[in-house]
Design a protein around this ligand. Structure first.
Ligand code: HEM
Length: 489
């Protein structure tokens, strides 16, 4: 396979080049840096070191790949070698039930079971359709909130509304649709504490034996967070189990829609031959909500920011929608979305220019391997520079400009990168985001309806800054402020 051979056949390969570093202290310094700082340093190093760079962050070497074709070789052509996940570090194991979830699970039977369950039971198009009532409910709540804000006549911040909308959808798909708005908000607060924890607890992993003594309080905070998550989710899981038992004995209601946790109740781990315990179900439910909420609301905010910044693009989108649905409809129905190619182009351009994740989740190889002439050892992690690939001037003319027209060719754009990677906001290959279809549906549905219902403008003198800030995803440094006015009374 190109220059990818088993290392045993062609010694002596070395790791990709790394910048000069001080042992131990250098490692400590990298762990203290934010992912955003690391990304900027990596870009600098890659200019002198080439398309693959090694950093010594934490206990094992971390390799980063900038090149689209090397990424294609690794993740698509040699997918079975490059689709493993590294062993989780001690603090992460507390939150992921010892890697019993999809995103951190090793490439093996449990991961395959969890992933297949999610894609075939919940994310299958016909099942996704069965949640359309939830999307309509959430859209109405979003409209009410924005209507309220529109009355003020001032520029208003909309991120909180977007986050709440996406959260509600994922919570309802996860636990069923009987939850109040207040309950959903509480889940949102908890999930926010979970993912802001990722950065806060990173230091605990460096020398767990030492930090367990020196940073005892931080470890206690981590255990408390995990307990809070279980206290919040276990009653919801038990309620679904009870409803299921009642339905089986024919006492349940008819308006039943399958929820993600229902599918977890029956799963049996193939090797251990046992069902999931409640803590493992909590982990999978938290992963589902976490993976689909912040990513999608971040992408929604970036797209809307560009539509405010560039009114001619917003105008064209409105005209294209009108051309499909006519003048008189109240809202855009899901069935119409596929008929509006410019809408898809706006969303794809948003994901290319502002991918919510600038890296994939760290991968590792199942055995020592060679890529691009360098050794990729089994004990290293390997990651791929998502944002840089979508900004490659060899593929995209004027890559930092927002131009949906790029996607208006005759051919349907292949976002899975199966033949060639031009951008990879959802990753590619065997670990590609399983929520890709759902995320695109949510983005198209909400963008179309937000533009249909309201005119979005920057206030005179306001500049929409596209500066980035790293949180769980890469968000707008200055959250979108817009003046919104209803298009029809
Ligand atoms: C705009 C929205 C989204 C973006 C940009 C996004 C992006 C990504 C990326 C980059 C990965 C890592 C791929 C890799 O490691 O190679 C990933 C993995 C994952 N995503 Fe998404 N995602 C989005 C929405 C969703 C939704 C809606 C769900 C679930 C309902 C979801 C569930 C997952 C899961 C479970 C994984 C782990 C897959 C595995 O390890 O096998 N994501 N996503």
């Amino acid at each position: 396979f190109f220059d990818l051979f088993s290392s045993s056949k062609k010694p002596p390969y070395t790791l990709p080049p790394s910048p000069p570093t001080f042992p131990i202290i250098g490692n400590f310094l990298w762990v203290r840096k934010s992912v955003f700082q690391i990304e900027q340093s990596l870009r600098r190093f890659s200019r002198s070191l080439g398309p693959m760079v090694t950093l010594y962050i934490g206990p094992r070497p971390s390799i980063f790949v900038f090149d689209r074709s090397l990424t294609h070789q690794a993740l698509i052509q040699c997918g079975s070698l490059f689709s493993d996940r590294p062993n989780s570090l001690p603090a992460d194991k507390i939150m992921n039930s010892n890697q019993h979830n999809i995103s951190s699970g090793s490439y093996g039977p449990n991961w395959r079971l969890f992933r297949r369950n999610l894609t075939s039971e919940i994310l299958h198009p016909s099942r996704v359709k069965s949640y359309s009532h939830a999307r309509k409910w959430v859209l109405d709540i979003l409209f009410d909130g924005l209507q309220e804000k529109a009355k003020s006549g001032e520029s208003v911040e909309v991120l909180v509304q977007f986050q709440y909308a996406m959260l509600s959808l994922l919570v309802l798909m996860c636990f069923g649709d009987k939850l109040s708005q207040q309950h959903i908000k509480e889940i949102g607060d908890l999930q926010r504490r979970v993912f802001t924890g990722f950065g806060r607890f990173a230091l605990l992993n460096l020398w767990p034996r030492v930090t367990k003594i020196l940073l005892r309080k931080k470890w206690d905070q981590l255990f408390k967070l995990r307990k809070d998550l279980e206290d919040a989710y276990i009653p919801l899981i038990r309620a679904r189990k009870k409803a299921k038992d009642e339905r089986l004995s024919n006492k349940g209601s008819d308006d039943y829609v399958l929820a993600y946790v229902d599918t977890l109740l029956d799963l049996e781990l193939p090797e251990e031959k046992r069902k999931l315990d409640e803590a493992e179900m909590v982990t999978l439910a938290a992963e589902f909500i976490n993976a689909g909420t912040d990513t999608t609301s971040t992408a929604l905010q970036w797209v809307m920011a560009n539509l405010v910044k560039y009114p001619h693009i917003q105008d064209r989108l409105l005209v294209e929608i009108k051309g499909v649905v006519g003048d008189s409809v109240e809202e855009i129905k899901e069935e119409e979305l596929q008929k509006i190619p410019y809408l898809k182009a706006v969303i794809l351009e948003g994901l290319r220019r502002h991918p919510p994740a600038h890296f994939v989740v760290p991968h590792c190889v199942t055995e020592d391997t060679v890529l691009g002439g360098y050794l990729i050892p089994k004990n290293s992690t390997i990651n791929f520079m998502v944002a840089d690939m979508g900004w490659d001037p060899k593929v995209w003319e004027d890559p930092m400009a927002f131009k949906p027209e790029r996607f208006m060719g005759e051919k349907v754009f292949d976002i899975t990168g199966s033949r060639e990677i031009k951008m990879m906001p959802f990753g590619v290959g065997r670990r590609i985001c399983p929520g890709l279809g759902l995320a695109l549906l949510h983005l198209e549905y909400f963008v179309a309806n937000l533009i249909w219902k309201f005119e979005w403008k920057a206030m005179d003198g306001d500049d929409i800054s596209l500066e980035e800030k790293k949180e769980f995803t890469v968000v707008m440094k200055t959250p979108l402020m817009a003046h919104i006015s209803p298009r029809k009374s």
